[in-house]
Ligand binder design. Structure first.
Ligand SMILES: Nc1ncnc2c1ncn2[C@@H]1O[C@H](COP(=O)(O)OP(=O)(O)OP(=O)(O)O)[C@@H](O)[C@H]1O
Length: 330
């Protein structure tokens, strides 16, 4: 088996947050001891409710934020500190696509020039070579040279996201982190952009992290999926298996709220209680206050993410105690 392109090893990230104007700062643990790997040519989907730490993970994967503890490595090399020459060199190899393309683009600059920017920053190619590469990137993402001459506001939302993707790919990166890349787009356009990402990923053997609330899109684009709850991965495995037959009660609730094609029919599990709040993390299993099958020990003992099958893991006492039985939410 080849070495992972990206690995996060037991990373944590805590932010200091102040309640009100004069409140004392409290630590908000956005990511709590997460390990994961992405291989070349593979897409890892990351799902979970708002505040579960998905974006923080994405930023740490690119070295835009350093973990407080743990390590991040790209191609086996430790992620250099943000802003250093080593980090800038590494940025060529790992790029990001955000949710809001308009926010990611400069309104005053024609988009072709913005697509060329990473080449200029990294001193790649002569001006003629850069122009050629921009032309190719426009074509690759389904845009014309005419689109390239326009300003961001002269393009549709889908076209703007194609520009952002073209710019992210211009340096030929090995890793692409997409944070909710289609959630701001019309549903009809979403499919086009998702298909574009699928094609590009397959053609170029990119490793990809795809962060999304939308399980259907994640199912379509990802080979593997990690489900996050309050900074922890609670279930991980192939997207096909996890979304067809979720084992963790939290994943069962997510899938039951938005079943993906092929998902096993189960009784609907409705999430009750407060949405996750990292500033008030419950003891034991963080999901226990909302869990329909929680037992006493779940309140006090934090379950470890443990293997429950080939390439499949979950963090739930009820699954790991009876591995063959799996979780029955009924
Ligand atoms: N720069 C920051 N300063 C303070 N707190 C932060 C910062 N970034 C994130 N957080 C907090 O960390 C937690 C996790 O945030 P994160 O954005 O990683 O979650 P998410 O799963 O991506 O959520 P969403 O889907 O809403 O983007 C949240 O409680 C958030 O408020």
């Amino acid at each position: 088996m080849t070495a992972p392109l990206l690995s996060l090893d037991n990373v944590t990230r805590t932010y200091m947050s102040r309640k009100g104007l004069f409140g004392t700062p409290v630590g908000v643990q956005a990511v709590a001891g997460v390990s994961l790997e992405v291989r070349a040519g593979e897409t890892l989907g990351i799902v979970g409710e708002s505040g579960s730490g998905k974006s923080t993970m994405g930023r740490m994967a690119l070295g835009l934020e350093a973990p407080d503890t743990g390590r991040v490595a790209l191609g086996g090399a430790l992620m250099p500190a943000l802003g250093t020459a080593d980090w800038r060199a590494l940025r060529k190899r790992a790029q990001m696509v955000f949710q809001d393309p308009l926010g990611a683009l400069d309104r005053r600059v024609p988009v072709a020039r913005q697509i060329a920017e990473p080449l200029e920053i990294h001193g790649i190619g002569s001006p003629t070579e850069r122009e050629d590469r921009v032309r190719q990137a426009l074509e690759l993402t389904g845009l014309s040279e005419d689109h390239g001459r326009r300003f961001p506001h002269e393009l549709s939302g889908g076209q703007r996201q194609r520009v952002v993707i073209a710019r992210a790919l211009i340096t030929d990166p090995e890793l692409l982190v997409c944070d909710e890349p289609v959630s701001a787009l019309d549903v009809s356009i979403q499919a086009q952009v998702v298909n574009l990402l699928i094609d590009l990923q397959a053609e170029r053997g990119l490793g990809m992290i795809f962060i999304s609330h939308d399980l259907r899109v994640v199912r379509q684009i990802s080979q593997r999926v990690a489900v996050m709850y309050l900074g922890h991965i609670v279930e991980e495995g192939t997207a096909e298996e996890v979304l067809r037959d979720p084992q963790h009660p939290y994943t069962q609730a997510l899938v039951s709220a938005a079943p993906t094609p092929g998902a096993q029919r189960r009784q609907r599990v409705i999430l009750t209680g407060e949405p996750p709040n990292p500033a008030a993390r419950p003891t034991g299993c963080a999901f226990h206050p909302r869990c329909p099958v929680a037992q006493d020990r779940c309140r006090w003992e934090t379950p470890a993410l443990s293997q429950i099958g080939p390439g499949r893991s979950a963090a739930c006492h009820l699954i790991t105690d009876t591995p063959s039985a799996g979780m029955a939410a009924e």
